[in-house]
Write a protein that binds this ligand. Structure first.
Ligand SMILES: [Zn+2]
Length: 417
C-alpha cells in the first residue's frame, strides 16, 4: 500500500466537529451493545491520532470493565511510545469525549497529564456530576489540575437542557478559545448514552448470587478451569482465608512477592490480591507501570479476571454455566491492596475502576469488598473522600475501602512497604 492509498487522517480544529466525531464513535459502541460512549485523541494541530469507543461489553459479555474510551486512548498513547513512535507530550494532547469522564478515566487523564473536552454531562458517574466544574470529588491538588485541563465548551441552541455556558478551562489548541458546540452534536452524545446504559447493565447482569457459587478448590487439579486460573497466577488456590472477607497473615507472602515485582516494573511497590467468597486466593498481581502509568496492580488484576472469565465462558469445554458457578462475579470477592489509596490520581483511577468492576450495587452480604493492609492516607480522610465521589460510586456501589482486620497481616506487611 503506498501512501496515496492510505485513508486521510481527519483533522479537527472546530470543537463541534470533534464532538460529532466522538458521537460517531459512540454510535459504533451502540451497535456493539456496549455503553455508547466514544472519543478521539487529537494532537496540537487537531490531527486525529486515534478514535475509539467503549469496549466494556463484547458479544454480550463483560470483556474489560475498564475499557472506557479515555482509558483506552491513554493506554494506546503509551503503547505507541513503547514502540518507539514519537508523539507530542501528554500536556499537548486533547481527548474529546462524548460523555464527561468517570472517576477512573479522570484519574487516568490526570495521572498522564492530558487535556479533555467533554460533550454531554453525566450526572451519575461523571467527575463533573454537578455541572459546575468545581470537582468536589477531587483533592485540592487534583482539582487544580482538572480546572486547567477539563473544558466544557458552550453549547449553542434553543433546546432546554442542552444549551449551556462554557465552564472549566478555556479551550486551547487545536481549538480556539470561545468556540461552541452545536446542540445537535451534544444531544446525540447524551441520547446515545441514555439509550444504552440500562440495557447494557441488564445484559451483563446474568451472574449467580453468592449462595449459588461453588468452591473452585473442590475441582480436580487438572480441571481446565483450574489450569486456566493457574496459567495466570501459579499461586492461585494455594492460600485460603479463614473466613470470607477476613484475610490473615497467610496472604502476606503473596502480597510481598508481588509488591517486590511491582517495584522492578516501575511501580511504587503495591500489589493486589483477589479472594473469592470461599476465601480462596484467585489472583495476586503487581503492576506494569513501566509500560503505562495506567497499568497499576489493581488495573491489571481486574482486567485479567474479566478476561479469564470471558475466555472460559467462550471455551466450549468449560462454558458459561461452569465459569459462573466456580468463578463468580468479582462483586462477591474481596480485593486486598498491599497499600491503601492515597490522594493521588492513580488512587482515584483505581477507586473508579473498582466501581466500574462492581457494575452496580455490591451484595449486602459482602460488606467490605475493598480492603487494604497498610494505609496510604488517614482512614477517616479516605472515607470522607469516598463519600464525595459521584453518586454512582458513593451511593450505588458505595466505594469505601477499609483496613484488613488481621493485625498479624498488618504486622507482617508493614515493615516491607
Ligand atoms: Zn471512564
Amino acid at each position: 500500500m503506498n501512501s496515496s492509498s492510505l485513508p486521510a487522517r481527519p483533522v479537527y480544529t472546530q470543537v463541534t466537529h470533534a464532538v460529532a466525531r466522538a458521537a460517531d464513535m459512540a454510535t459504533q459502541a451502540y451497535g456493539q451493545g456496549t455503553f455508547s460512549v466514544g472519543g478521539t485523541l487529537l494532537d496540537p494541530l487537531g490531527n486525529e491520532l486515534k478514535a475509539i469507543h467503549n469496549n466494556v461489553v463484547v458479544n454480550g459479555l463483560t470483556h474489560d470493565p475498564t475499557a472506557h474510551g479515555e482509558r483506552q486512548l491513554i493506554d494506546w498513547y503509551y503503547a505507541q511510545l513503547a514502540q518507539g513512535i514519537t508523539l507530542p507530550p501528554p500536556a499537548e494532547m486533547t481527548i474529546v469525549t462524548s460523555l464527561d469522564p468517570c472517576c477512573m478515566c479522570t484519574g487516568a487523564i490526570l495521572a498522564a497529564g492530558f487535556k479533555v473536552v467533554s460533550g454531554a454531562f453525566d450526572d451519575f458517574a461523571g467527575i463533573n456530576y454537578n455541572r459546575q466544574a468545581s470537582f468536589p470529588s477531587l483533592s485540592p491538588g487534583l482539582r487544580r489540575q482538572a480546572q486547567t485541563r477539563y473544558a466544557y465548551p458552550a453549547v449553542t441552541g434553543s433546546a432546554r437542557g442542552f444549551a449551556r455556558p462554557a465552564t472549566g478551562t478555556a479551550l486551547s489548541a487545536p481549538f480556539a478559545a470561545g468556540q461552541t458546540v452545536d446542540q445537535a452534536d451534544v444531544a446525540l452524545c447524551q441520547a446515545l448514552f441514555q439509550a444504552t446504559v440500562n440495557q447494557v447493565k441488564n445484559t451483563i447482569n446474568t451472574d449467580l448470587a453468592a449462595d449459588q457459587l461453588h468452591d473452585p478448590a473442590t475441582l480436580p487439579a487438572d480441571d481446565p478451569l483450574i489450569l486456566a486460573l493457574k496459567a495466570i497466577d501459579p499461586a492461585a488456590l494455594t492460600y485460603r482465608a479463614p473466613a470470607r472477607g477476613l484475610p490473615d497473615a497467610g496472604l502476606a507472602p503473596h502480597l510481598q512477592a508481588a509488591a517486590r515485582v511491582d517495584l522492578t516494573q516501575g511501580g511504587s511497590g503495591n500489589a493486589v490480591a483477589l479472594l473469592d467468597p470461599f476465601g480462596n486466593l484467585l489472583l495476586c498481581m503487581p503492576g506494569h507501570e513501566h509500560v503505562s502509568p495506567l497499568q497499576t496492580a489493581f488495573m491489571r488484576l481486574t482486567r485479567s479476571y474479566a478476561a479469564l472469565r470471558e475466555q472460559l465462558i467462550n471455551n466450549p469445554a468449560i462454558g458459561a454455566e461452569k465459569t459462573r458457578r466456580y468463578l463468580g462475579h468479582p462483586k462477591h470477592g474481596t480485593w486486598v491492596f498491599a497499600k491503601g489509596p492515597d490522594d493521588s490520581a492513580r488512587s482515584l483511577m483505581e477507586l473508579g475502576a473498582f466501581g466500574s468492576t462492581m457494575e452496580g450495587a455490591v451484595p449486602s452480604e459482602n460488606p467490605v469488598p475493598l480492603q487494604y493492609v497498610v494505609p496510604g492516607m488517614s482512614p477517616t480522610a479516605l472515607t470522607a473522600w469516598c463519600q464525595q465521589l459521584p453518586p454512582f460510586y458513593s451511593r450505588c456501589v458505595v466505594v469505601n475501602p477499609l483496613q484488613v482486620q488481621s493485625q498479624a497481616l498488618i504486622a507482617a506487611m508493614t515493615p516491607t512497604l
